[in-house]
Ligand binder design. Structure first.
Ligand code: ADP
Ligand code: CIR
Length: 391
């Protein structure tokens, strides 16, 4: 590579507007073929592709990264300088990934659409390339029922959504200054929260290990050292810019700069999903008075992981179902039929402890917020009906 082309690609990476006079690609309408992918990156791509092909990985990445798609995409870059390697390296390193891809910046969903589209269609159950995410609709909260009024099975309920701030790329492209800038912006807003949402922000940089571990064990804080995120280049400068806002009742939380710029979370003991959902909406309304969230006409709210696009809603219960827990096949078949996802007690990629599962809606894209909540509610009610029918 000549000195000139190295300089040019560096300049373009930091100043995408320099590409303005260049031609746009006919397929993705982005200047995706103009910055050369380096021989090192190409070698890592070929090597990773070969190893994944020979593995018994069940990831969606392995399923959809055919040789043809790989050859079509391996030379492309977004105007942020992201290559195919930035999208797939988590799945290349972690063959036990369920999905295996992340979008390093918002353009990646378009430039690498031949890979993202089929993965999105598979995960979000039928959201095809011709589909558009519907308009935001929180729905009628008064129609949502308590999932477990007797309090016998549901330990707690949580609803979260993810938000990216317009004007910033995702984790792998954020600079150290941008991490600090986002955090500072958020602290100013958190300081103005009142009423039920009033609380305090704690940054990870100055938090003691004891406090951090207690918050993780109590299910408030994100875990440390997620290997899927780490190999996606999403943990650079950790713990700079990362932290958690907690209201005084510990029922409303905001994660800053973990997987997404923001995760807005509401949770409480029991099965009163209407109260939990309502509080999360209140928090979102408050934050959006002060921030602009990145939203695409096709994908809805934009997130780092394609599994979170659209509504970005994950509504979950921690549920004790001893009978179904000893009949995993039955539990999985109900989950599949009702579009639910079963996770372990400490979140994704963890095991169930004491027969407690985290069960939530699976898809978030191609349906409204109200539909996502309804889908979770219908599935959980069916699980409880079946659990109670075993005597
Ligand atoms: P997400 O992708 O929604 O952020 P994770 O699977 O990473 O979720 O889990 C984050 C944390 O939230 C974990 O500690 C997990 O146990 C906790 N959590 C998820 N659902 C519930 C729930 N219904 N009640 C209590 N904690 C929950
Ligand atoms: C995987 O493929 O298993 C991980 N990359 C996680 C995928 C979805 N979860 C997430 O975004 N937290």
């Amino acid at each position: 590579m000549s000195v000139f082309s190295v300089l040019r690609s560096k300049l373009i990476k930091f100043s995408p507007h320099l590409m303005e006079k260049q031609e746009r690609c006919k397929k993705c309408n982005i200047k995706c073929g103009l910055i050369k992918v380096s021989p090192d990156v190409l070698r890592s791509l070929e090597d990773g592709f070969q190893k994944l092909s020979e593995s018994d990985s069940k990831s969606l990445l392995k399923k959809y990264l055919t040789r043809q798609v790989f050859d079509e995409l391996k030379q492309k870059k977004t105007s942020f300088g992201s290559s195919l390697l930035d999208c797939v390296q988590s799945g290349f390193h972690n063959h036990d990934s369920g999905v295996g891809v992340y979008a390093p910046d918002p353009e990646a969903y378009v430039v690498f659409s031949s890979l993202f589209n089929p993965i999105i269609q598979d995960y979000h159950i039928g959201f095809g390339p011709e589909h558009k995410h519907p308009k935001l609709d929180w729905g009628d909260i008064s129609s949502i029922e308590n999932l477990d009024p007797s309090g016998e099975h549901i330990i707690s309920t949580r609803v979260r959504c993810g938000r990216s701030l317009e004007g910033y790329p995702f984790n792998p492209c954020l600079t150290e200054d941008q991490y600090r800038e986002i955090e500072e912006k958020m602290i100013k807003i958190f300081n103005t929260m009142t009423g039920e949402l009033e609380g305090a922000y704690k940054d990870l940089l100055t938090m003691s290990k004891e406090e951090q571990n207690k918050l993780i064990d109590d299910h408030y804080l994100f875990k440390e050292g997620d290997r899927f995120l780490k190999s996606a280049n999403a943990s650079r400068f950790w713990p700079i810019g990362r932290g958690i806002y907690l209201n005084n009742n510990k029922t409303f939380l905001v994660w800053v700069n973990e997987e997404d710029h923001l995760r807005i979370i509401s949770m409480q003991p029991g099965g009163d999903i209407a109260s939990v959902y309502n509080r999360m909406i209140e928090g979102v309304h408050f934050l959006e008075q002060n921030l602009t969230f990145a939203r695409s006409p096709r994908f809805g709210f934009l997130t780092f992981c394609p599994t979170n696009l659209g509504t970005t809603i994950r509504a979950s219960v921690h549920i004790r179902i001893p009978k179904l827990s000893s009949n995993k096949e039955k539990l999985n078949s109900i989950a599949e039929k009702y579009h639910l996802q079963v996770r372990g007690t400490r979140g994704e990629h963890t095991d169930s402890e004491d027969g407690v599962f985290d069960i939530s809606n699976k898809r978030r894209l191609g349906l409204t917020e109200a539909d996502a909540i309804r889908e979770m509610q219908d599935g959980i009610l069916e699980i409880l009906r079946i659990e109670q029918s075993f005597h």
